[in-house]
Design a protein around this ligand. Structure first.
Ligand code: BTN
Length: 236
């Protein structure tokens, strides 16, 4: 059972969810029509035009589980997007970007909150999507892909999918989800570049570890990647 707060405007739904769960000590979902300072991973901003979905889920979790939950979150967004755009090619780019026809349709930011809670902040482009020049990468949106939907219908679909997935993850564990993630993985078995700040590592994307980290094979040896941005060899 979630408490849900839908705001007209906030700086970031991650901040609003952090505040709400600190006050109530209960799991909650915060959405907003507009974000004035939406943020992404690695200090980037998240362009937050009205009509798109900005949602933050606050729930108690152990740090040891966050890697798996992060993997689950990308898979849940992929299933949600697939429900609205069944014929579009969708891929998961580690850690949890969803690519639609090769363009980013959503982004996910996990942050630690107060009281042992975590915030899972998700942006999904619904009615519009930022220009490539503004975002720095190619973007996609549900309606541009033929969905004819709105942010609250997408929220509802995501919550149903998320609740089912978390229930089954608690009962049966991570393995089935790991397999599903790998079935939809971007560039599995291919050489990729992982950018970590100024550092770049290149290797073969070989799989996922049980903590949700990436397996990268470099010169025949397996390395564990805990953070970074994944790029194809020839990608900008
Ligand atoms: C990324 O791909 O860099 C992650 C983007 C996360 C954006 C969402 S929108 C809802 C929530 N509030 C924020 O400020 N960020 C996340």
């Amino acid at each position: 059972m979630w408490t849900w707060l839908d705001l007209a405007e906030t700086d970031s739904t991650n901040n609003a969810a952090d505040k709400l769960c600190a006050e109530t000590n209960c799991p909650c979902i915060v959405t907003a029509k507009r974000q004035t300072a939406g943020r992404g991973r690695r200090g980037r901003s998240w362009i937050s035009d009205e009509g798109n979905l900005f949602m933050s889920f606050a729930f108690p979790a152990e740090l040891d589980n966050i890697g798996q939950i992060a993997v689950l979150s990308g898979l849940a967004v992929l299933k949600t997007v697939r429900a609205f755009c069944p014929d579009v090619s969708l891929l998961l780019k580690w850690p949890n970007d969803v690519l639609a026809d090769g363009a980013k349709i959503s982004g996910i930011l996990f942050e630690r909150a107060r009281n042992g809670f975590w915030i899972m902040g998700i942006g999904i482009n619904v009615v519009s999507h930022p220009e490539t020049a503004a975002a720095g990468y190619r973007t996609a949106g549900l309606n541009a892909l033929g969905a004819a939907t709105d942010r609250l219908k997408v929220l509802h679909k995501f919550v149903v999918i998320w609740d089912e997935m978390i229930f089954s993850w608690r009962q049966e564990g991570f393995n089935a989800f790991k397999r599903q993630w790998l079935d939809n993985a971007y560039n599995l078995g291919k050489t990729i570049i992982v950018k970590q700040g100024d550092k770049e590592i290149s290797g073969i994307l070989s799989g996922l570890n049980d903590d949700g980290s990436l397996q990268l094979e470099i010169a025949g040896k397996m390395h564990k990647i805990l953070a970074g941005d994944v790029f194809a060899l020839k990608e900008e």
